[in-house]
Design a protein. Structure first.
Length: 297
């Protein structure tokens, strides 16, 4: 059975947490102390997600798998590590494989409302103490689900041009509906359909049309999805909260929650800050790759 863990990295006197993380990923090895929590429970093929703690950032940095169980380092091995410039002086080490360093880290606040292991959302930082933390497979999938900043690529005659804009945002909603079953939201969603036959695309309400209204198949929560599409940050957050309030009052049953997803193409500090105050709203960033070929592939 696969276990799922969060490995936490923090700033040291001479190196930032991100510098330490990058160095350890290059070394393909992680250091553990004698008293590191859960050290004895680590097994080969366990899945790891790395988290940067501290004042400068609280974000997930990437993933890896354990190549083997932790091993105790001999004194000569410790000295060799120092010679190679390793950034920690540890008693144990564990080899890493399938390392995936994310181009864009994922802020914990963007998904905090969906993580079951963080029970008290206002003190979320307390759940990343101790160095290693066990999490469920569902929480792991939420953390690693695609929310990558858009990188559109156009390949012509062997050259790659980044950030090509071709009006995708205009057709994003249509694309999402057409490819609904292929989209990984981090949990399984189905489009809502009411007793009058109205479906979740452009769902009509007395206060306007929701872009998409869906239902979480696992817990039956309603999920309101809004596409930013050039709207001002404050307006899109206000809009989705208004629709969530309407759904809670008019659709949700006694044990049904209402959550929100705002989909945008790039990180927006104002949008992130406005949405972070509501733990039931998360941001997701769409990622597109587009290329032209000289022949059919």
């Amino acid at each position: 059975m696969t276990n799922y863990w969060i490995f936490v990295v923090t700033d040291q006197d001479k190196m930032t947490a991100k510098e330490i993380y990058d160095t350890l990923m290059d070394a393909k090895q992680w250091g553990l102390g004698e008293k590191t929590p859960n050290r004895k429970n680590l097994e080969k093929d366990d899945s790891i997600v790395f988290y940067q703690a501290g004042q400068n950032a609280q974000q997930f940095l990437g993933t890896a798998k354990l190549a083997a169980q932790p091993i105790k380092l001999t004194e000569s091995e410790k000295e060799k590590r120092k010679e190679l410039g390793r950034v920690f002086d540890s008693d144990y080490a564990v080899d890493l494989t399938e390392i995936n360093k994310w181009i864009e880290p994922k802020p914990v606040k963007s998904i905090i409302g969906q993580l079951e292991f963080i029970i008290k959302k206002d003190v979320y930082y307390a759940y990343f103490q101790g160095g290693i933390r066990a999490i469920s497979g569902s929480d792991y999938n939420i953390i690693v689900s695609p929310t990558t900043i858009v990188t559109q690529q156009l390949k012509v005659e062997g050259e790659t041009v980044n950030e090509v804009q071709f009006g995708l945002e205009t057709h994003l909603q249509e694309f999402m509906i057409s490819n609904w079953e292929k989209i990984n939201f981090g949990y399984k969603l189905k489009l809502f359909k009411d007793a009058e036959g109205n479906n979740g695309e452009n769902y009509p309400t007395p206060i306007g049309y929701m872009d998409i209204l869906a239902v979480d198949e696992k817990n039956n929560d309603f999920v309101v999805i809004e596409l930013k599409k050039g709207k001002e940050s404050d307006k899109v957050v206000g809009q989705i909260q208004r629709y969530m309030g309407w759904a809670r009052k008019n659709l949700a049953g006694k044990n049904q929650n209402v959550r929100g997803i705002i989909i945008t193409k790039e990180y927006d500090e104002k949008l992130f800050l406005a949405a972070s105050e509501n733990p039931n709203i998360i941001l997701k960033y769409y990622h597109v790759k587009f290329h032209l070929a000289d022949k059919a592939e």
